[in-house]
Design a binder for this molecule. Structure first.
Ligand SMILES: *Cc1c(COP(=O)(O)O)cnc(C)c1O
Length: 386
């Protein structure tokens, strides 16, 4: 059966050339980077080379990069670290209502520990405006954390403008850029970003490795205490092969970000236009142009997102829905709700996310299969009278 993977926002395939770069560190070069002998020093060199690759991709300095165990850890480290270190300046944090749970649940944790969090609302496209951030900053605000691009609807936030406001007001600015790094050009200096989280497995690298960029001069205490790894910012023996994979993946992804983005936007728009042309009563979620190159997200009226997913899966297409399945009960997407969508419709969205390996043939296959599925499901829907 033909199989089409369109869930690249959940995770991506490890590139073959990234695996090739990692392989020596899973086999012959197994030393601990902290060891002084040949095996250790070769591993150490590889970690430092990867640090340079990550820093270069962001226009940062090598010593501004800390490797972590995942994007979630980078988010936790940024928020908890800044809260702990700078709480004498104030205990107010600003974020958005459409963040990933790695941010939202960390904020809830901080609220339990005496911090106050403002969750900025978003417009119908899922966007936060820089002026909203400016209006929300108070004298006791220490941190603003706004995601670079949304993982459900793909909306890209006005990061440069938000960064400028934060710098002007003297408030630290963190961005969860897990969905954006390797897909959208990022320059931490030009964008006034103080802290940035990223994760390898969202850009065709391995799972279980991420990084936090911390601008020079900002102190972020460690989450993990122990050895002196990562300049005492993250104890624990380094995931050498994973770090090498992250470095290689980010280098490849950023070597031709414009070319890849152009190709992906073409495929994305073909899919969006094709769905709109062949299926009545659908609504594109997120912004039409300020959008990740690989993200397509639709609400398809009268049917449940989950039933479409099952039918797509039977036909070999891996997609996901905007709603998260929590302990058996189906919660509507907090992102779609924040965008003003009614509860009923927030259940029924379909997310198709493309990757480097997506072909035009894949798009054509989805456009062949999906409309038929929708017709079938609508015929069975008690809500549909079309
Ligand atoms: C995937 C994702 C994360 C979490 O990254 P992990 O490496 O899986 O922990 C955080 N934020 C966003 C926006 C994501 O898409």
């Amino acid at each position: 059966m033909k199989r089409v993977y369109m869930d690249n926002a959940a995770t991506t395939a490890l590139r073959r050339d990234v695996l090739d770069a990692m392989m020596p560190y899973l086999t012959d070069i197994y030393g601990n980077p902290s060891s002084l002998h040949y095996f250790g020093q070769e591993a150490h060199k590889a970690v430092e080379n990867a640090r340079h690759q990550v820093a270069s991709a962001l226009n940062a300095e090598d010593n501004e990069i800390v490797f972590t165990g995942c994007g979630t850890e980078a988010d936790n480290m940024a928020l908890k670290g800044i809260a702990e270190k700078y709480q004498s300046k104030g205990k107010h944090i600003i974020t958005s209502s459409v963040e990933h749970h790695a941010i939202l649940h960390t904020c809830e944790y901080l609220e339990k520990h005496g911090f106050e969090v403002t969750y900025l609302p978003v417009d119908e496209y899922g966007m936060v405006k820089a002026e909203q951030v400016r209006d929300a900053i108070r004298s006791d605000t220490i941190l603003v954390s706004i995601m670079f691009a949304n993982n459900e609807v793909g909306t890209i936030m006005p990061i440069k403008e938000i960064g400028a406001v934060c710098r002007e007001k003297g408030v630290f600015f963190h961005t969860d850029a897990v969905q954006a790094v390797g897909h959208v050009a990022i320059d931490v200096k030009a964008m006034n970003i103080d802290l940035l989280s990223l994760s390898a497995h969202k850009l065709h690298g391995p799972k279980g490795v991420g990084a936090l960029y911390i601008r020079k001069g900002i102190v972020v205490p460690p989450l993990l205490h122990g050895g002196a790894q990562e300049r005492r910012k993250r104890a624990g023996t380094e995931n050498v092969a994973g770090i090498v994979g992250l470095g290689k993946a980010i280098e490849i992804a950023c070597s031709d970000i414009e070319g890849t983005s152009k190709r992906m936007c073409y495929l994305r728009d073909k899919l969006i236009n094709g769905i709109e042309a062949s299926i009545p009563e659908v609504k594109l979620n997120g912004h039409r142009t300020e959008r990740l190159p690989g993200n397509v997200n639709f609400s398809i009226k009268y049917i449940e997102g989950e039933s479409i997913l099952l039918m797509l899966d039977i036909n070999g297409i891996a997609a996901s829905s905007g709603s998260a399945c929590t302990s058996g009960s189906l919660d509507p997407s907090h992102v779609l709700l924040a965008m003003g969508m009614p509860h009923e419709t927030a259940h029924g969205s379909l997310r198709l996310t493309l990757g480097d390996d997506t072909t035009e043939d894949d798009i054509d296959y989805v456009l062949e299969v999906l409309p038929e599925i929708v017709v079938k499901l609508r015929k069975m829907s008690p809500l549909y009278h079309g």
